[in-house]
Write a protein of this length. Structure first.
Length: 324
């Protein structure tokens, strides 16, 4: 081997070592008490206290990427999207009293997808979704629950794309304080693969977004070279955590997995999800603490099972809960 080739080989080896040192170190210890508690409660769907595969609303629309919250009066609210005959996604909101049967209340229109919902601190709600064409994050404010269910937004904002010239979307709302909305989302890095962002919207007029490289590194460290997409934040065992999807290979919908990420340490755990039939791909994770239909405190989990990784009878939206 020539001196030039030896030098090139040494440089490549050094670059590989430096890359590895930036990736999360595998550990037998959970990332946090919260991530460990989530795995304990949610990994095995077969022991859930209630569940439904292939969730649909009362009109038969699939409730894909559903995120569920509980209103102050105990009613469950779900926001979700469906691909309709016009070839476009339509986001919608529905209500339920038992988590299994849903009444669609409003369709937010063609080109809306990946919706996320959060209560504000004034008795109303904030809704965010991905909007096309020119895929971007749209945020809407509703004065009260009735306004939400009627689709009567009092505040509107369509975010400029500042991190990608191709697409920014799949929002999640992490907090609402007065006129400030804190969000997460993804952007199409180099117009190639989805990566994470954080954003703040003030007064429904001022938007700032930034990449979340730390979260990207944690999920890429599991060998995910595809998209890093939808996520949701919750607190368990007194600590915050983030559920997030990671795709091992881009364009392979059968390679999605769910991870539980600890923001404090920057580490994540893969959630070893098990279903009755043995589905292998899980996307669009969300979770929240609720009072279940039986009046017990519970952890509610919502996941989308792509057809490419679904066992017979399990494709589509899965919703399940585990009493605490």
């Amino acid at each position: 081997m020539t001196a030039a080739r030896l030098a090139a080989f040494a440089a490549a080896a050094l670059a590989a070592v430096l890359l590895l040192t930036q990736l999360p170190v595998a550990s037998a210890q959970p990332a946090s008490e919260a991530t460990a508690r989530f795995v304990e409660l949610a990994a095995n769907v077969e022991v859930a206290d209630g569940h439904r595969y292939g969730l649909t609303d009362g009109t038969g629309r699939t409730m894909d990427a559903a995120q569920i919250v509980q209103a102050a009066d105990g009613t469950y609210l779900a926001v979700y999207h469906t691909m309709l005959a016009d070839g476009r996604f339509h986001a919608a909101v529905a209500t339920s009293g038992d988590l299994l049967h849903w009444h669609r209340r409003h369709d937010f229109g063609a080109g809306t997808s990946q919706p996320a919902l959060a209560a504000d601190d004034r008795g109303g709600y904030v809704l965010a979704y991905e909007k096309d064409p020119d895929n971007h994050i749209a945020v809407r404010g509703y004065a009260d629950p009735d306004a939400l269910l009627a689709g009567d937004a009092s505040e509107r904002f369509d975010a400029p794309r500042t991190l990608s010239s191709c697409a920014e979307g799949t929002p999640a709302i992490t907090a609402v304080h007065g006129d400030t909305v804190e969000l997460t989302g993804h952007y199409r890095a180099d117009c190639d693969t989805d990566r994470q962002l954080t954003a703040t919207l003030k007064g429904f007029t001022t938007w700032h977004a930034a990449p979340d490289h730390r979260l990207d590194r944690a999920i890429a460290g599991f060998g995910n070279s595809g998209n890093i997409g939808d996520r949701d934040r919750l607190a368990l065992a007194g600590r915050p955590m983030v559920l997030i999807e990671g795709q091992r290979w881009r364009d392979d919908f059968g390679s999605w997995s769910t991870y539980a990420y600890d923001p404090a340490s920057g580490r994540a755990d893969r959630v070893p999800l098990r279903t009755s039939g043995g589905s292998t791909s899980f996307a669009n994770p969300s979770a929240t603490l609720i009072t279940d239909p039986g009046g017990r405190r519970a952890l509610l989990v919502s996941l989308f099972i792509p057809a490419e990784g679904a066992a017979p009878g399990e494709a589509g939206q899965l919703v399940y809960w585990r009493d605490l």
